[in-house]
Design a protein around this ligand. Structure first.
Ligand code: PEP
Length: 252
């Protein structure tokens, strides 16, 4: 039985004060729920405020990216040691906006994943096909490639913390959510690939989230699918009521 995980990706939104206000309003809205883990993925300047505001609460805090090195001459980058020192527990890796605008590759995803695991950060690794790839029947090939290179060289005994987020690029920020059938099919492909690489036991326990225009009214039908274990939510996570409704909607 995999516990649901609902993660907010705030992208490049909010100031520290706005982040604190969000958490203050959000905590009472989800305080009774036990069915899902909740993670807030915030930009680096917000992390101290969000860690502070969620202290003594099961809500966890995630970075949206990190470098794989501990330290060095990498201007503008954030290292796993820096995230750990702040009390951050999770890190998004390979979000499609990082792949699209900042040259993230399957190879850099793999380096970051290994680094996150080595430092005890829970990695949320994003995969997903472009619209052109779906339309030319390449979805399976893309998901298999991203999953295989992303997970390459990972030992099954160290893989338990890994979370994968299937985010079809055509569904991110477009209002065009994948149908539950399309999403379930992609999740099945990813889980089968994880099984090939890391074994059936690891694959059966691994949480695979869906992301792409998740809203309160479509969360239930997506989260009811056999291989969908929660959601990575962008736009609809910026408002505490909407995000709390998504958390509630994932109890299926
Ligand atoms: C995301 O940022 O990962 C995302 C899925 O965005 P949205 O929910 O806005 O499509």
């Amino acid at each position: 039985m995999r516990k649901k995980l609902i993660a907010a990706n705030w992208k490049m939104y909010k100031t520290p004060d706005e982040a604190k206000t969000f958490v203050k309003e959000f905590i009472p809205l989800v305080s009774g729920q036990k069915h899902a883990d909740i993670v807030l993925c915030a930009s680096p300047t917000l992390l101290p405020a969000v860690v502070d505001a969620t202290r003594n609460n099961p809500i966890r805090v995630s970075a949206q990216d990190m470098h794989w090195m501990d330290q060095g001459a990498y201007t503008g980058e954030t290292s796993p040691l820096m995230l750990k020192a702040l009390g951050v527990t999770h890190v998004l890796i390979g979000h499609s906006e990082r792949r699209q605008y900042f040259n993230e590759t399957d190879e850099s995803v793999n380096l970051k994943l290994k680094s996150a695991l080595a430092h005890g950060l829970t990695p949320i690794v994003c995969v997903g096909e472009l619209l052109a790839e779906r339309e030319s029947n390449q979805t399976e090939e893309v998901l298999v490639r991203q999953t295989s290179i992303g997970l390459s060289g990972i030992d099954a005994s160290a893989a338990a913390p890994i979370v994968i987020a299937y985010e079809p690029v055509w569904a991110i920020g477009t209002g065009r959510t994948a149908t539950p059938e399309i999403a379930q099919d992609a999740h099945r492909i990813i889980r089968e690939q994880v099984a090939k690489i890391l074994g059936g036991e690891v694959a059966a326990a691994m949480r695979i989230l869906y992301g792409g225009s998740v809203k309160p009214d479509n969360t239930g039908s997506l989260c009811a699918c056999a291989d969908i274990d929660g959601a990575l939510v962008g736009g609809a996570s910026l408002d505490p009521k909407s995000f709390a409704a998504i958390v509630a909607g994932s109890a299926v």
